[in-house]
Design a protein. Structure first.
Lengths: 313, 291
């Protein structure tokens, strides 16, 4: 097990380095001279040169990369051009909000996706299975920002049951917090529910025809026990892997969901940064997401090993 | 997408193709999907003929009018006809969906073939780069690229295409690895067929089916991505119509003009559903395992 983790960590290093090279290269896609943009009205060549030296832009590109990456390894992701705060501080400050949203979304997705997948596999080929598949495919096809708009239209504008937007910290007022989070969490969870349902269904289908399930039935076991304890527990292995890999989708989905519901999280941070041309923040967010994704990948491998004794060795 | 060309000649097709076509046509969901896709393609191509109004024509006496007999989907905040804009918006969405996937295929398939067939260092380098790009979520990568390239529909298509490329590389590489040890590839190598010719004439045709399926499903993702980028102001620029940017405006008028928010979203949903259904149907039809 430890061996597996070390091996995976060793693979992560070059991948991380490549992501860093890529994220660094992004800033060279920008049209025009960044120094001119920063200097604003002041076009005095001496000021421009001073700025260039100050930013390290007078050095060759590979040297610039080494400096930049060295700073990142020290936790310095640069400074926000807009607010003057360190990028890492901004990210750490917004992250808890998104993590709460993502956790709630995942809970909703599992509550919908797992039972739907089990029932749909158990009743394969029936109207229930057909309906579940249609709903899942629709869930995958609805753009989540539009679903957000429609839900705001129904629950906030027409029925006035829930607030349309805004954010209240859970430490300040938990019930207000949940009221503001329920719609965005549902919007974010919706597409995940569809994909969890589809994976649970196919995993259950391959498990339900196994000999040990037939044996469990043959010995007269109570049917729900057969389905849940014998079949579902084995079907869970691929599903757990899929769920940990959904992290990327959660993060990407959070970008638009937070934008619609004006939730001050990680996703809103990147969008605001894009609007403000605050490129250091964009780079920081992309890099942090990639690191988060790699960590989740590692968890997926560990979980897979822990759940599946055959590859534990 | 060459459905109409393939249909009348069904009897003349070789057995495998005929069986695939039969399986696709018998799959009701797939036919519904293909129909939706064809309707949207027609809508995009013939937009000027179908559209009841000019999508850019403003009319300040008709600001935010609810749907009626003349303006079926209502009008927007500066009196433009929403139906006309939804019809013309199909152009941006389908163009972005198809062009970005073509970009991804043009870059991804050759790289995947090289990695899978040549192996060794080529594989190492290409696979590591693919892993690195795959660790950035698709939409976040597209947003970041579009942000740095600058907001325009062309740059959005390019950004989405680049973001989709690693998926195509990984699929092509995996399929190539599976096929390269087949007897017909070994045979071709044994009689001295050049490597490039083996890759193009022996391997590519045999891995085309799963790539086609994946490409269809990626078109669906790309349409959502284009709408998302346009929604954030990084795609199609106003006043040109796009479903995403229509929704961006509509969210400011949800109380006064909810119809502005409904129809562009329905259009995105249907177009994406169409490609998803068609992709699923193609996968089932092209699967040689069940007959």
């Amino acid at each position: 097990m430890l061996n597996l983790i070390t091996k995976r960590l060793a693979v992560m290093v070059p991948t991380l380095l490549l992501v860093a090279v890529f994220v660094f290269t992004l800033q060279h896609l920008l049209p025009g001279d960044p120094v001119l943009a920063l200097a604003g009205e002041d076009r005095d060549p001496a000021t421009l040169d001073a700025l260039r030296v100050q930013l390290g832009l007078d050095k060759p590109v590979p040297v610039q990369f080494v400096y930049w990456f060295g700073n990142i390894l020290h936790g310095d992701f640069g400074t926000s051009y807009k607010t003057g705060e360190p990028v890492l501080a901004l990210i750490l400050q917004k992250l808890p909000v998104t993590l709460e949203l993502a956790t709630l979304a995942l809970i909703i997705a599992l509550l919908i996706g797992l039972p739907a997948g089990i029932i749909s596999a158990y009743r394969k080929g029936t109207a229930v299975d057909y309906a579940a598949n249609v709903v899942a495919l629709s869930g995958l096809s609805i753009p989540n920002f539009w679903l957000g708009i429609i839900l705001i239209l129904i629950f906030a504008v027409k029925l006035k049951w829930l607030p349309a937007s805004g954010y209240v910290s859970p430490f300040e007022d938990l019930s207000r917090n949940l009221q503001t989070m329920i719609l965005p969490a549902f919007v974010l969870g919706n597409a995940l529910a569809a994909s969890i349902m589809r994976h649970t269904r196919s995993a259950m289908l391959s498990v339900l025809s196994q000999d040990y399930v037939r044996t469990a039935r043959a010995k007269g076991l109570y049917e729900p026990a057969v389905v849940l304890r014998h079949a579902f527990r084995n079907a869970l292995i691929p599903v757990v892997t899929v769920v940990s890999l959904l992290f990327g989708e959660l993060m990407a989905g959070a970008v638009l969901t937070e934008q619609i519901f004006t939730i001050p999280g990680f996703g809103k941070l990147i969008v605001d940064a894009v609007f403000n041309r605050d490129y250091a923040v964009v780079q920081g967010v992309v890099l942090c997401t990639a690191i988060g994704f790699m960590i989740m990948n590692l968890f997926a491998d560990i979980a897979y090993g822990a759940l599946n004794p055959r590859i534990r060795a | 997408m060459t459905m109409d060309a393939a249909l009348p000649a069904a009897e003349a097709l070789p057995p495998v193709e005929r069986r695939t076509l039969k399986k696709f046509v018998r799959n009701r969901a797939a036919v519904v999907g293909a129909t939706i896709v064809i309707v949207f393609l027609a809508m995009a191509i013939f937009a000027p003929l179908i559209s009841p109004f000019d999508p850019a024509q403003t009319n300040f006496r008709l600001v935010r009018k609810a749907p009626d007999a003349l303006h079926w989907f209502g009008t927007d905040e500066i009196g433009r006809d929403v139906l006309a804009r939804v019809i013309f918006g199909a152009r941006a969405s389908l163009l972005a969906g198809c062009i970005s996937v073509l970009v991804a295929l043009a870059v991804g398939v050759p790289l995947g073939l090289v990695a899978g067939y040549l192996g060794g260092w080529y594989d190492m380098v290409i696979s590591r780069c693919t892993d690195a790009l795959l660790s950035i979520p698709f939409l976040i990568l597209a947003i970041a690229l579009a942000a740095f390239l600058g907001p325009s529909l062309t740059n959005a298509m390019l950004a989405i295409g680049i973001a989709a490329t690693p998926f195509i590389i990984r699929l092509t590489r995996g399929q190539t690895l599976a096929v390269r040890t087949e007897d017909y590839v070994e045979g071709a190598r044994a009689v001295g067929v050049p490597r490039l010719r083996i890759a193009l004439r022996y391997i590519l045709p045999n891995i085309a089916a799963p790539i086609l399926v994946q490409a269809t499903l990626i078109v669906a993702q790309a349409i959502i991505a284009e709408a998302s980028l346009s929604f954030l102001g990084l795609g199609q620029q106003p006043p040109a119509p796009s479903w995403g940017s229509m929704l961006n405006t509509a969210k400011n008028y949800m109380e006064q003009a909810p119809w502005m928010a409904i129809w562009p979203g329905v259009a995105i949903f249907l177009a994406v559903l169409g490609f998803n259904l068609m992709g699923d149907g193609l996968r089932d039809a092209l699967d040689p395992r069940d007959v």
